[in-house]
Design a protein around this ligand. Structure first.
Ligand code: ARG
Length: 844
């Protein structure tokens, strides 16, 4: 048998798909230097080739196919050309245009590992685009090796027997680990040793992992663009605008986008929108075994069940990743495992299923959201933590788990799914859960936790950040148990987590100090803006609050018999029309119309300077029936006996009701999760008669049409929508009916609904129900036009809708932030202008 050949034939898969050639633009020679593909934008190679040729470098595949130009070369900062032995021989090349792996299917990425165990008997080989050559490890303490290498850590020696490999210098060396090739080195020197054998000195890549990672993951944002607009419009997901400025945790580099709950099953998360989530791997495997989250830069939170029985040395975590096959991973090995002391695997109750993993070196948390810290709840008093998250809350579970269609393969991309907290008394939950104070069930989703999701976080949206309320523990179809999934109630473990981390976790537990936010109105707007800007406390804790004088000049109070007795709310649509709810006029017939009046231009409802008008005509929606079981079409217009004169009465303004772009589904405006504001003089406490003197305002959220709480409250999702808080506590109430619910557009307040009804007020299980104005635009406009008036022009297009869900709030005195939003607005105007020009050119 031919000796040489025996070293070339290899039983293992051979792949040149990660190897590229590097050459100068004008070079004709077929193949010069070798590099490996690290990511779509980075090529790894040795220094000497690129050192002298930093301009006009190209890479190609198998010496023919041109793959693109290099626009930047990173040479290791310690590399010194004049050193005798030279070490730190590693360089990275950045491609001017990222490779497209879906087009270039023949290409693949080389895998690196931050820790490599070089064992005498592992299979090592040089792989290039023509062949692979087996090499043999020489121990570092071998005297021969020792005379060549400079620094044990940075280099190692190999021996090989392939004469054609005298040009081995610069070629990559791979080790067969966990069923795949991992690049462990680059040949630095090849020295002829005997007639047919060579000694190679190899740069140990794991020593340079952190340096490589720092370049590849922090500078490479070009290819990380988030889901396309087309996708956004097709599925109409809601964007959850995180306020990175006010929280140090719970926000990622990109905003979370969640499809409507009716899209059941899991969906791929928007790339880099859950940067607090990590995958946990055993034995250097690429497949995640569990999911976890980043509590501090040194601690990862997961379930005890995931790591019980594992040894530290077997575990590593991968952070900052969206697609585990495409992104360059930030890998950290686990140095210490802290399992909760009361965890007991053998009692099968999964109680206290929580663990913390200490990783080293610390994860790079740079405040730019990738990777990011998770927020953990700190509930006061602690006894309340057993009810957190509260039943019915809508949560989002995030993980790397397999999907049910294929429960054996882990998902390539991070998955998310909406899931609701079950009732504590739900029989299915009672059957499954072992300790309802420390665990909670969540169900109503066709995707329950599966292999790989274990230990992963489940989040609740807090208006400005995501709070991690639980850890995925057990249950769900994938566990072969016909039961809801069960989660560890994280709030219960706050003190334990702090004691392990041994420092205050308050930075990761924002109990948002209610900072009032100024909504700076564009005073040039013809509707939806007052003389005074609205200042709103976005807190979920504070109920309603007093509105500032002249900040809501479109609101009116409906009154009977000219008294100051407030009956309902309403808004000014035009010089002669008021918008209100049909049910406010239930006991008023046309003949007694003289009894009905409105008061406007006031914040204090007894303001002597208020503007009063009598109502001389009413237009109740023709389909309004007002039966106990049919509350649809709760909308009416009132005609005032004398028009308002906006030019002279600066305390009055029209409300904004715009036409919805016809391409958008009516029932998705406003969208799930949008922040909304309700205002009114309704009662402050349910069941009381006391109505406030000062106009009240409160922030609530749109609740998905398909959410069980909403579904049972509304009759038709095109005509009505729900708003409130899952945990209750904020709502409109008696006396607010007919009044508006607004969405802030960044420029003005758009009225999106009319207060219609609710069961009780501010109840956790019954959100407020609102008449959906986008459905009634034509009906309103036709009545106005018949009377020589009209609604303010403008359309709610998809771009404005996307803009609406973007936070345009800013904290007072913060110029930089307001500037940012200002320029964003101008961007929209420019785009709008350009499309108008294009449009007119096409139709000439
Ligand atoms: N129907 C009531 C009214 O006439 C108030 C409706 C709001 N209720 C609620 N829980 N959101 O004023």
């Amino acid at each position: 048998m031919n000796y040489k050949q025996s070293h070339q034939i290899d039983p293992l898969p051979y792949t040149s798909s990660m190897i590229v050639s590097i050459k100068h633009k004008n070079e004709i020679s077929t193949h010069r230097y070798t590099g490996t593909i690290l990511t779509d934008s980075y090529i790894l190679t040795a220094v000497p080739y690129v050192d002298s040729l930093t301009d006009d470098l190209m890479i190609s595949y198998k010496s023919e196919e041109n793959l693109g130009k290099i626009d930047r070369v990173y040479i290791h900062p310690k590399w010194k050309d004049y050193q005798r032995y030279r070490k730190d021989n590693v360089a990275l090349l950045r491609l001017s245009n990222p490779l497209n792996f879906t087009i270039h299917r023949q290409l693949s990425r080389a895998r690196l590992s931050p820790r490599v165990r070089l064992l005498e008997n592992t299979i090592l080989q040089i792989i290039d685009w023509q062949r692979n050559t087996r090499v043999f490890l020489i121990a570092n303490n071998d005297s021969l090796c020792n005379s060549f290498i400079d620094g044990d850590e940075q280099q190692f020696c190999v021996r090989f027997y392939e004469s054609s490999q005298e040009d081995a210098v610069g070629k990559p060396i791979f080790q067969w680990m966990n069923h795949r090739w991992t690049q462990i080195g680059i040949v630095h020197l090849a020295i002829k040793y005997t007639d047919d054998s060579y000694i190679g000195v190899v740069t140990s890549l794991h020593h340079y992992y952190n340096w490589l990672e720092s370049i590849v993951t922090t500078l490479n944002f070009s290819s990380l663009s988030i889901g396309t607009t087309a996708n956004v419009i097709r599925n109409l997901p809601t964007t959850y605008e995180c306020s990175v400025h006010s929280t140090s945790c719970g926000c990622s580099r990109e905003n979370v986008q969640l499809s409507a709950a009716r899209i059941l099953g899991g969906e791929e998360a928007a790339p880099y929108s859950w940067s607090m989530v990590v995958s946990i791997h055993f034995n250097d495997s690429d497949e995640p075994s569990c999911t976890g989250s980043i509590l501090t830069n040194s601690y990862v939170l997961t379930s005890a069940r995931c790591v019980d029985g594992a040894s530290e040395t077997d575990l590593h975590v991968v952070a900052g990743m969206h697609n585990r096959l495409e992104d360059f991973p930030t890998i950290r090995y686990v140095q210490n495992i802290h399992i909760h002391p009361d965890w007991n695997r053998s009692d099968h109750t999964y109680r206290n299923d929580i663990a913390l993993l200490y990783v080293f070196p610390p994860l790079p948390i740079n405040g730019q959201g990738n990777p990011a810290l998770t927020c953990v709840p700190h509930i006061n008093p602690l006894t309340e933590s057993v009810n957190y998250p509260s039943q019915g809350s809508q949560l989002v579970m995030v993980g790397w788990g397999s999907t049910e269609d294929d429960s054996h393969t882990m998902s390539e991309t991070l998955q998310q799914v909406s899931i609701d907290v079950s009732n504590k008394n739900d029989p299915n939950c009672l059957k499954t859960v072992h300790d309802a104070d420390k665990q909670f069930c969540a169900g109503r989703s066709s995707r329950s936790p599966c292999r790989g999701d274990l230990g992963g976080p489940i989040f609740q949206w807090k208006g400005t950040y995501w709070d991690q309320v639980g850890i995925t523990s057990y249950g769900g179809q994938c566990d072969q148990i016909d039961s809801p999934a069960v989660f560890t109630r994280l709030a219960v473990y706050f003190n334990w987590m702090e004691s392990v981390v041994n420092s205050s976790l308050t930075t990761t537990t924002p109990s948002p100090p209610p900072v009032p936010i100024v909504h700076e109105c564009n005073k040039a707007s013809t509707c939806g803006c007052g003389q005074t800007d609205v200042v709103l406390t976005p807190s979920r804790i504070v109920g309603g609050e007093d509105a500032l004088d002249d900040s809501w000049p479109m609101i009116v109070s409906l009154r009977l018999n000219g008294s100051t007795d407030h009956l309902c709310g309403g808004t000014i649509l035009s010089a002669s029309f008021i918008l209100t709810a049909a049910h406010c006029l239930r006991n008023i017939s046309e003949t007694y119309l003289t009894d009905l009046s409105i008061a406007a231009g006031m914040t204090n409802r007894s303001d002597p300077g208020r503007v009063q008008r009598n109502i001389d005509r009413i237009h109740v929606h023709p389909y309004y029936l007002g039966g106990p079981d049919d509350k649809r079409h709760d909308i009416a217009l009132l005609h005032v006996d004398k028009p308002f004169v906006f030019e002279s009465d600066l305390k009055l303004t029209k409300t904004c009701v715009h036409r919805l772009d016809s391409s958008l589904p009516v029932d998705q405006y406003p969208k799930n999760g949008t922040r909304l504001v309700i205002i009114g003089w309704g009662v402050i406490e349910s069941g009381t008669k006391y109505i406030p003197e000062i106009l009240q305002q409160a922030q609530v959220f749109n609740i998905d049409n398909e959410h069980s709480l909403c579904k049972k409250s509304i009759q038709d999702s095109e005509l009505q929508f729900c708003a409130g808080l899952y945990e209750g506590g904020k709502d409109s109430c008696e006396g607010d009916s007919g009044g508006p619910i607004f969405q802030w557009t960044g420029q003005y307040w758009e009225q999106v609904g009319i207060v219609s009804y609710g069961t009780d007020c501010a109840h956790a299980y019954f959100p407020g129900v609102y008449t959906r104005l986008s459905y009634y635009y034509d009906w309103i406009q036709n009545i106005l036009i018949r009377n020589g008036e009209h609604l303010e022009s403008g359309t709610l297009s998809s771009s404005t809708m996307i803009r609406f869900t973007t936070s345009t709030d800013f904290i007072p005195h913060s110029n930089t932030i307001s500037m940012y939003y200002f320029s964003k607005y101008h961007f929209h105007i420019v785009i709008y202008g350009l499309s108008l020009i294009l449009f007119s050119l096409c139709y000439q």
